[in-house]
Design a protein around this ligand. Structure first.
Ligand SMILES: Nc1ncnc2c1ncn2[C@@H]1O[C@H](COP(=O)(O)OP(=O)(O)OP(=O)(O)O)[C@@H](O)[C@H]1O
Length: 317
């Protein structure tokens, strides 16, 4: 079991403090989403963990060891930071073979990961003929090559088609189920919500949150309930009596604020009100994230600064 441990990590580029006294651990067995506005320090942190940059102070270790102490690092950590990294004049297969040879990884892994990434049929084509999505798949294949216990992916769904996005989501979930440590940065909140169990959120190089995803959302977005009944006035009176705030919509549906379906369902049932519809409106990760980071974004457009925490309709109860 190999965790990623970042301890009091700081990185300055001239006058810019990209990472500011950051401390967190990424645990095995779950997918950790790594979030934050543009310029928050996510890529810099990943680069420091991967020994691609030297910290100004503090440490970043994998299973207690700095990345630079591994002789065959691909067996310990797989990463996708820059999908353009492969040499364009090589074939995908040769690119992976070279990586495998330099890390004493058995050659059969090359064909396995090409197959896994959906590149088997184009493996003998030069990388420069690849689309962005194909390069992304190749980068992910390279990350998996050494069967590593730790995987770091920076924006892995970049350029992937819908089938590829489902593939990467399921791959990350499987890697976590196998007990690996999976850290994934993304700006796509719906995507992140679909694969992450845990979140680490940065803002201006500092840690803003390190929490399970469900807790992150529930702490920031009030749940609402949508109700439809033939007896609107009775419903309104009943809810007021029990201290709930409710507003009637034009479509005959009532929205009850800061409420859960269990509570409203029980109340209306006890009162014998005929209910035509009862649905939870759970908060989304996007709402919770915008609520947290609105004041933190370095490059916030004025429109997005007014991020309101309005839940979106979700599944019927
Ligand atoms: N090599 C560098 N030289 C100077 N400044 C840098 C360098 N790399 C990063 N920075 C600065 O450090 C800060 C953090 O950048 P970083 O790329 O880590 O953020 P990020 O969270 O990955 O952003 P994005 O979501 O846009 O990819 C930014 O202000 C950036 O301009």
């Amino acid at each position: 079991m190999t965790s990623i441990d970042v301890q009091d990590l700081t990185k300055e580029y001239g006058a810019t403090r990209a990472v500011d006294r950051l401390t967190f651990s990424v645990a095995p067995g779950r997918v950790t989403g790594f979030l934050g506005p543009n310029g928050a320090g996510k890529s810099t942190t990943m680069r420091l963990v991967l020994g691609l940059d030297r910290p100004t102070s503090g440490t970043a270790t994998l299973g207690g060891r700095p990345y630079t102490t591994f002789d065959e690092p691909l067996r310990h950590v797989g990463s996708l930071l820059d999908a353009q990294a492969a040499h364009g004049s090589r074939t995908a297969r040769d690119h992976l073979r070279a990586l495998a040879a330099s890390n004493r990884i058995p050659e059969h892994r090359v064909d396995e990961v090409l197959e896994e990434a959906g590149l088997a049929s184009v493996a003998r084509r030069r990388v420069k003929t690849y689309s962005l999505g194909m390069r992304q798949r190749l980068g992910i294949a390279a990350a998996l090559l050494g069967d590593p216990p730790v995987v770091l992916l920076d924006e892995p769904s970049n350029g992937l088609d819908p089938e590829g996005i489902i593939w990467i989501r399921e791959l990350m979930r499987r890697l976590a189920r196998e007990g690996r440590t999976v850290l994934v940065s993304s700006h796509l909140m719906n995507e992140t919500a679909s694969f992450a169990d845990h979140l680490i959120v940065l803002g201006r190089g500092r840690l803003l949150a390190d929490t399970p995803m469900r807790e992150f959302i529930h702490a920031r977005v009030q749940p609402r309930v949508r109700v439809r009944t033939t007896e609107g006035e009775l419903l309104d009176g009943l809810l007021k009596l029990h201290g709930f705030e409710a507003v009637a919509g034009d479509d005959g549906r009532w929205t009850v604020y800061d409420a859960r379906v269990e509570d409203i369902g029980r109340l209306t049932s006890d009162a014998g009100l005929p209910i035509l519809e009862l649905a939870a409106e759970e908060g989304t990760l996007e709402q919770a994230y915008l609520d947290l980071t609105a004041s933190e974004a370095e490059f916030t457009a004025s429109a997005s600064a007014s991020a309101s925490a309005t839940p979106a309709p979700s599944q019927e109860a």
